[in-house]
Design a binder for this molecule. Structure first.
Ligand SMILES: *Cc1c(COP(=O)(O)O)cnc(C)c1O
Length: 480
């Protein structure tokens, strides 16, 4: 496709700016040495340019997107309508609290509903993403131990199946990471956990259902081992899709949890758009939360810093409009709708898994939660068709590939998360595609190794792209 600089020509354009309503001001300081080169395109051409660009992208609105651990569900458009209301978009973060009672009410209600869903007592909406939530939650754990004069708790236990952000956040928060291997069933190995805990354990970070899509049946035992050793339990709730409205981290023995509004609670993500990673905690950690927090002052809401706050982790109140979307989503679904969404997410994943397990090898052939992991090790061995080849082939059928090569404990992994918002017809079509690709891996493996053939780029050199990114357009006339 043409770049915008390759469209239009000098003299063409569509800038119709209104007369300025303030005096013009010319900067004295030296400006650019070269004139700014902007594309000269008509409005029509611009519109075509962006429409064409949008067509290059695979989104939830263009097709099935079973990207495990990312929860690419359909985001109802009504969320956007709510977030675009002028009362939400036209405010300033420093406005007097008396003039933004409705917005504070949104924050408070979202906190209360999400606390109910997670089984927590209090929450901050400040963190801007899941990893940011992990960092914040770990600082709460640190502040708690320090407040008790317990200085030797410097270690965070992280299972080897954890999302990569877990150990990274622990290091960022100043902890040392202790990795523990998973058992053969993909769950926490209780003996290994017992060996790992001690009086230097600050806490455990865990995902349940874990990253192989299984609910750890020993969860109460796990959290109690950590508590008995004096540590706290951190729940990575980025993907709450399997349990929301059904099971609560707070009831499983967790003290701190983050959730990704931009996964479970239906806010568009991917492409780096704004996220939100609220952190919930049990009452004994409430005083350490970041602030300012919305609190009741008689019948009004006001903002206050928790007494022993770790400080702000982001400016103002987090990505407020993302919270508006999440609150809209939860309130429209209601109590039973939230639980139904979780049930359907689990049903859809199990349906796909069961319709594929006769040919694809499931890494853990058990009832799965919202996602399942297959291992293509046999296909790689027998026909030299890798998880990458299958992922690339799916693109030719208009399906976004599942998550590849994660979790690290499964070789040639493909992790499929269909989500609750896909119909049975879509799942059946995807199942048929997976089966066709399986047949091709024997009859025509070359085709899979050469896939994709219908996208504008096929297999970029990812290493080179990361090490030597070309971020600058070379104008044909040499202009720089
Ligand atoms: C996505 C995810 C995260 C990180 O969330 P970001 O918003 O991308 O920072 C953490 N843990 C798990 C299990 C995830 O799936």
């Amino acid at each position: 496709m043409k770049l915008i600089f390759e469209r239009g020509h000098e003299g063409q354009g569509c800038t119709v700016l209104p007369e300025p309503d303030v005096p013009e001001f010319h900067l004295e300081t030296p400006g650019r040495e070269l004139p700014l080169r902007l594309p000269h395109v008509s409005e029509n051409e611009i519109s075509r340019h962006y429409t064409e660009l949008a067509g290059e992208v695979h989104g939830v609105n263009s097709g099935f997107y079973p990207l495990g651990s990312c929860t690419m569900k359909y985001n109802p458009k009504v969320n956007e309508v709510a977030a675009a209301l002028p009362g939400f978009t036209g405010i300033h973060p420093l406005q007097p609290v008396g003039t933004v009672q409705g917005c504070l009410d949104v924050l408070k209600r979202a906190q209360e509903l999400l606390c109910e869903i997670t089984g927590m007592d209090d929450m901050t909406m400040q963190p801007a993403a899941g990893a940011h939530g992990e960092f914040t939650g770990l600082l709460l754990i640190k502040a708690y131990h320090e407040s008790r004069g317990d200085k030797k708790r410097t270690k965070i236990i992280v299972p080897d199946s954890a999302h990569g952000t877990n150990p990274a956040s622990a290091v960022m928060a100043g902890f040392e990471v202790v990795n523990i291997p998973s058992g053969a069933d993909g769950c926490v190995d209780l003996d290994k956990l017992r060996e790992a805990v001690g009086d230097d354990t600050a806490g455990l970070m865990l995902t349940n259902p874990n990253t192989v899509g299984l609910f750890d049946r020993n969860i109460l035992e796990i959290t109690s081992i950590v508590h008995k050793a004096g540590g706290l339990n951190y729940y990575d709730g980025a993907n709450l899709n399997a349990i929301m409205g059904i099971a609560r981290p707070g009831d499983m023995g967790f003290d701190v949890v983050h959730i990704n509004l931009h996964k479970t609670f239906s806010t568009p993500h991917g492409g780096g758009g704004p996220g939100s990673g609220p952190v919930g905690c049990k009452a004994f950690l409430s005083d350490f939360l970041p602030g300012p927090q919305p609190v009741w002052d008689g019948d009004d809401l006001t903002l206050a810093m928790p007494p022993r706050s770790i400080g702000s982790v982001r400016t103002f109140y987090g990505n407020f409009l993302v919270v508006v979307k999440a609150l809209t989503y939860i309130m429209i679904l209601g109590r039973s709708g939230v639980a139904d969404a979780a049930r359907n997410a689990v049903l859809n994943a199990n349906y796909m898994m069961r319709r594929l397990r006769d040919i694809y090898h499931m890494a853990f052939d058990d009832v799965c939660m919202h996602e399942f992991v297959m291992s293509l090790e046999n296909m790689k061995h027998d026909w030299d068709v890798s998880a990458m080849d299958v992922a690339k082939a799916l693109l030719d059928y208009g399906i976004h590939p599942p998550t590849m090569y994660f979790p690290l404990i499964v070789h040639e992994a493909l992790m499929v998360e269909p989500t609750e918002t896909e119909s049975r017809e879509t799942l059946d079509e995807a199942i048929a595609v997976f089966r066709e690709i399986y047949e091709l891996s024997q009859s025509d493996p070359e085709r899979l190794r050469a896939a994709p053939s219908r996208t504008s780029i096929g297999r970029p050199d990812e290493v080179q792209a990361a090490r030597k990114p070309v971020l600058r357009y070379a104008f044909p006339d040499g202009w720089k």
